[in-house]
Design a protein around this ligand. Structure first.
Ligand SMILES: [Mg+2]
Length: 275
């Protein structure tokens, strides 16, 4: 069973701060990048795992499922799983080491990881399959998928969007981490999508915009604001790449770069000053 739940806004903020610090610490210890992409989803993970999802990571057939379509941000998911009591600290700290179950991308078999992901554009298709199968089975479990804004460039994603709308999958809730960046540049330069909310709404989804770093706004979006849906819902979460570490915020290089000891020291100083 998941050990912890975040009861209040303060708890969700504390959970977010802890996850953020654990991400930076472990990225530094393991000399691995993708830090910026992990930091932009911290509050989204805290709200979903800490509060919204029912019995996530358990073996209850009625548990809500989670799909991290942007698999390269797995370190943030591992930190959330650690906070939930689903991963031991020593396993978490083995991240990307020899023999560790925790790679850069998450693999099925890790507690709380339902689907192996990392091939961008594919996660939502799997989430649709899960949601469709659960409904066929008469289950009330829901599927939450977290996708990147750059994944919205992929044709396969829009096939899944159409499938979910056609089948009125009201047990499917997607969050788009709209950090405005992708590996090769700002999303508006690589392939400008304009208003993602308008695009998803045009495909008959309930589309809601929210501040992706405001736990109250996210909680309201993932509960009250999608309550009346008759099909799939998407939350377009406005986020910042590298959120919480000023020299990373909105900086493209932090998609891949890893921390030197000097930069790690700067990052820890900020995170400790603003816990
Ligand atoms: Mg992005």
């Amino acid at each position: 069973m998941a050990a912890s739940r975040a009861a209040s806004r303060d708890d969700l903020e504390a959970m977010s701060s802890t996850i953020r610090r654990w991400v930076v610490e472990q990225a530094f210890d393991s000399r691995v990048g993708h830090i910026g992409s992990a930091l932009s989803i911290v509050e989204i993970l805290a709200v979903l795992w800490g509060r919204v999802m029912r019995d996530p990571g358990t073996d209850d057939p009625e548990r809500d499922r989670f799909v991290l379509a942007k698999g390269h941000a797995a370190l943030a998911l591992y930190a959330a799983l650690r906070w939930m009591g689903l991963l031991d600290e020593d396993v978490y700290r083995s991240y990307c080491g020899d023999g560790s179950p925790l790679g850069v991308h998450p693999e099925r078999g890790i507690p709380g990881v339902e689907v192996t992901t990392g091939s961008l554009g594919q996660g939502l298709s799997v989430a649709c399959g899960l949601a469709y199968a659960l409904r066929q089975r008469g289950s009330l479990a829901r599927v939450f998928a977290l996708v990147s804004d750059a994944e919205c460039n992929e044709g396969q994603l829009w096939e899944a969007v159409m499938f979910a709308a056609h089948h009125r999958l009201d047990n499917l809730i997607v969050v788009v981490d709209q950090n405005g960046m992708q590996a090769m540049g700002p999303t508006s330069d690589v392939l400008d999508m304009g208003s993602l909310a308008r695009r998803w709404a045009a495909f008959a989804w309930l589309a809601i915009e929210a501040d992706g770093h405001d736990v109250n706004a996210l909680l309201d979006a993932a509960t009250n604001r999608i309550a009346d849906r008759t099909g799939p819902a998407v939350i377009l979460a406005a986020t910042v790449l590298g959120k919480g570490v000023p020299f990373m915020e909105g900086r493209l290089e932090w998609h891949y770069r890893y921390l030197t000891p000097e930069l790690a020291e700067q990052a820890f100083a900020v995170l400790e000053a603003h816990p």
